[in-house]
Design a protein around this ligand. Structure first.
Ligand code: FA5
Length: 340
């Protein structure tokens, strides 16, 4: 009987040496042939019942040793076959993991939104309240209360969209000052960011743009306070090296009035094409609140003084990002917006 076992072992070793070890199926067939339910080793075990009882232990031991031997060799062969199969797949389906992925497009905040948030942050830290105001104003808030009666020539300074008799799309954010002063008692400080509308359209003027108004009212407020706050603000927007200058100007609601310029952010003040060789760029208007405006809002101009300013956010965005056309900011052109 032991000869049968030895001979089967040799046959197995022989067959195993001939099997293609890169072929998992061939190795599995060999396993079934020897160890399956009707396999050759299983057959040997079944034959044990035909033996006399005293021979069975020795026989069983030998067959079990053969079974363990075959099982171990088959397992090794299966591992070899699996590795070969994996290597084959890897070499066929080569993946360059260093290639960039397809990427998921991610949106970004609009430059005007970023600037508005920056402005709100800056002034909120200095104790200013924010009042967004309203886009539609009556003539009183947009003009009259701001010391601009109907026949006043300065009404022509801003070409206004009239909606109805005495109702306008606000042409500046200054009207929010009036609403605020009507409902608050000094001392106070506030800003009013928002959209404004004018019959205006060229490379640096849009029919709809954003302004931010500012108003501070208290006892002993002077033009020096105005300069201090705005100079600090310009440094925050354009960096420590930016210079500011105040040119005498006229607004009906401030006296004295000034136009504020910053040193050209492109040439550092040396003069270039963008600043038309002057070295300066206009940012907004400002001044000390005219006593007539206080009177219209029921504030005692003998006791209180104040300053106000209003600048254009679109202009700031244009300076910041070297944007040549103001209309690009509202064009919704994805190629433009993707740059921010
Ligand atoms: C005013 O609108 C005043 N209300 C500002 C003010 C407030 C003065 C408080 C004094 C006290 P002005 O018309 O200059 O001023 O406009 C202010 C700024 O808005 C300009 O400097 C410019 O930056 C911007 N701006 C004006 N018109 C346009 C336009 N059509 N498109 C884009 N920005 C504009």
């Amino acid at each position: 009987m032991s000869e049968n076992i030895n001979s089967l072992k040799s046959t197995f070793e022989n067959e195993l040496s001939l099997v293609d070890l890169t072929n998992k199926e061939a190795v599995d067939n060999l396993r079934v042939k020897y160890l399956g339910k009707k396999g050759l080793v299983t057959d040997l075990l079944k034959q044990m019942g035909t033996l006399p009882a005293e021979e069975r232990p020795a026989y069983g031991k030998l067959v079990n040793e053969l079974k363990a031997f075959v099982a171990e060799k088959i397992e090794q062969a299966i591992t070899t076959a699996q590795e070969a199969e994996l290597n084959k797949k890897l070499s066929e389906g080569y993946v360059d993991v260093s290639l960039p992925g397809n990427g998921i497009p991610v949106g970004s905040t609009h430059p005007l939104y970023d600037i508005r948030e920056e402005i709100i942050d800056f002034f909120a830290q200095m104790g200013f309240e924010v009042d967004f105001g309203r886009d539609i104003e009556t003539d009183w808030y947009n003009f009259e209360a701001l010391n601009t009666p109907p026949d006043h020539p300065s009404r022509d300074m801003q070409d206004t969209f009239y909606m109805d008799e005495g109702v306008v799309l606000r042409s500046h954010t200054s009207g929010t000052q009036i609403h605020y002063m009507e409902t608050h008692k000094p001392p106070f400080r506030m800003i009013a960011p928002g959209h404004v509308f004018r019959v205006d359209n060229d490379a640096t003027h849009a029919p709809m743009f954003q302004q931010c108004e500012g108003l501070v009212v208290d006892e002993n407020i002077s033009f020096a306070h105005l300069k201090g706050v705005l100079q600090l603000f310009m440094k925050k927007l354009f960096g420590e090296n930016v210079k500011t200058r105040f040119r005498p100007s006229f607004f009906p609601f401030t006296e004295p009035s000034a136009e504020m310029d910053v040193s050209c952010v492109f040439c550092g003040g040396n003069g270039c094409r963008r600043c038309k060789g002057t070295g300066w760029m206009e940012i907004g208007g400002c001044g000390s609140v005219d006593p007539n405006v206080f009177k219209n809002c029921g504030i005692d101009s003998e006791k209180y003084t104040g300053f106000a300013f209003g600048f254009g956010l679109d202009r700031i965005a244009m300076l910041r990002h070297s944007i040549p056309e103001i209309s690009l900011l509202t064009s919704n052109d994805q190629r433009f917006l993707e740059q921010f």
